[in-house]
Design a protein around this ligand. Structure first.
Ligand code: SAH
Ligand code: ZN
Ligand code: ZN
Ligand code: ZN
Ligand code: ZN
Length: 459
């Protein structure tokens, strides 16, 4: 069997375990071959934390082989015939309609009377009357209103089952919170990377409220959105390899958007698929930041483009590795279609998803109605349950529950953990100590899953 069987390359992050066998990302190389999703990434199989075996290229975007089965050994000789076939394959595996064509279709669609506005749920497509015939035995939605056109994320079904997209849409409350914070901080432009719902909330407010001055540009791999937005509002983009599917023109649209008004008052907000490779994401985000930095700013006050990276708290140390200037906010980001991530005061149905930012933490005011309070010592808003620890001299809870200080570990740990003399660290009382074989994907230890791996929550 092939190494890629079961979990594809982008799922490798979970398997990138020092000590356990897995895959390591070596990155984007200039000579990388391309799949339909742009340049592929170089990976290597690892064992006991060491590279082992031949390096290979695999799709950057797809974690499921069913979505893209590109595979090539790094040192493999690829024949001219195979190269030609691959090029042909990449060409034919692009959307059947261009973005421009979709924009033209949209223009015609909005001219139709309500009675003639139909959307095919099977093909996920707005239909023009001459196309009805082809979709006659498909499930259709009729009388598509302007409001529906302004909320494509409600009209389109979320691609949550496809591992590749992992589309988890913000609950209205969290989306509204993000918009409020963006306005309060005085931003005028938002680069929405994989945040279609944030994008549509901004666009829809801009069209309804005269004094709403914020604009958004959506970058997303979900091409369905090209039916609803012009080339100035949406770019078909792969955030794992910084690839603009429409080429130079789209790249330029993005660059212009970032550099307008000397690059002032722009913020990037991103909510990538969680299974994604952190270092591939970080490298793309750095390139987006670099596009912004290219502006001739008169007063180069800030060195980094402001950013909100929305991601689970247990990735904190990974994100800080690549962006040391970032801080994790306590705000719990809620989702509509993710049962586990619903907001709640009790139980463990609390969202593990947080906002990481390079903005000064105290500037980001978290809603007091939801229990957040300001810690004057930490100079940031924290969860109601997050107690300031005198010994650590910080509000140490990562998950919103009250954590307790362990004098042996010299840090605060989860309330459910106890110090284990055998392992010489804190762990769940039910943990299987060091000896047990099969364990956590991250550190290889038994007794906990990846989501509670102590090596990830250590900062
Ligand atoms: N909470 C956000 C959606 C986040 S889900 C909101 O409500 O707006 C992750 C998003 O990233 C989806 O929109 C998905 O289409 C997009 N995405 C997934 N893989 C991607 C990739 N490789 N490049 C760019 N966008 C991607
Ligand atoms: Zn691919
Ligand atoms: Zn504090
Ligand atoms: Zn402590
Ligand atoms: Zn301990």
């Amino acid at each position: 069997g092939c190494i890629m069987a079961g979990s594809g390359a982008a799922g490798a992050e979970a398997l990138r375990a020092p000590g356990a066998g897995g895959l390591a990302l070596l990155g984007l190389t200039p000579s990388a071959p391309s799949c339909p999703h742009g340049p592929t990434l170089l990976f290597v199989k690892t064992s006991q934390g060491k590279e082992e075996g031949r390096r290979f290229y695999a799709c950057s975007a797809c974690r499921d082989r069913k979505d893209c089965n590109f595979f090539q050994w790094e040192d493999e000789k690829v024949s001219e015939t195979r190269l030609a076939a691959r090029e042909e394959y990449n060409r034919t595996h692009q959307p059947s309609c261009t973005h421009r064509q979709n924009v033209e279709r949209y223009k015609n669609f909005v001219l139709l009377p309500l009675a003639k506005r139909r959307f095919c749920q099977e093909c996920q497509q707005l239909l023009l009357p001459e196309e009805w015939g082809k979709h006659s035995n498909h499930q259709l939605l009729c009388e598509i209103s302007t409001a529906q056109l302004q909320s494509p994320s409600q009209l389109l079904y979320p691609l949550e089952n496809k591992k590749t997209n992992a589309q988890y849409l913000f609950a209205d409350r969290s989306c509204q919170f993000l918009v409020d914070v963006i306005i309060d901080l005085g931003f005028r432009r938002v680069l929405s990377v994989g945040t279609p719902r944030l994008h549509e909330m901004i666009q829809s407010k801009a069209s309804k409220e005269d004094d709403f001055r914020v604009r958004s540009l959506l970058l997303d791999i979900d091409f369905r959105y090209s039916q609803f937005y012009t080339e100035d509002e949406f770019c078909h983009y792969n955030m794992f390899n910084h690839y603009f599917f429409a080429g130079e023109a789209a790249h330029e649209t993005c660059r212009k958007f970032l550099c307008q008004d000397n690059g002032e008052r722009v913020i990037m907000v991103t909510d990538p698929p969680f299974g994604g490779l952190v270092e591939a994401l970080a490298s793309s985000f750095k390139r987006l930041m670099a596009m912004w930095k290219d502006t001739e700013k008169e007063d180069a006050i800030s060195q980094e483009m402001p950013m909100f990276w929305i991601f689970p708290y247990f990735f904190e140390s990974r994100i800080l590795e690549f962006f040391p200037s970032f801080t994790m906010m306590d705000y719990q980001v809620d989702y509509d279609n993710h049962a586990l991530y619903k907001h709640g005061k009790t139980g463990r149905r609390q969202s593990p998803v947080r906002i990481f930012t390079n903005l000064t933490p105290r500037m980001i005011v978290l809603p007091v109605e939801e229990g957040y309070r300001f810690c004057a010592i930490c100079q940031r808003y924290v969860s109601s349950g997050n107690q300031h620890c005198e010994i650590c001299n910080s509000c140490t809870s990562k998950d919103g529950r009250r954590w307790k200080h362990c004098f042996l570990c010299k840090k605060c740990v989860k309330p459910s953990w106890f110090h284990c003399d055998n392992c010489n660290c804190c762990a769940l009382p039910t943990h299987a100590c060091e000896k047990a074989a099969a364990g956590c994907f991250v550190c290889g230890q038994a007794g906990h899953k990846r989501s509670t791996c102590p090596s990830l929550s250590r900062s």
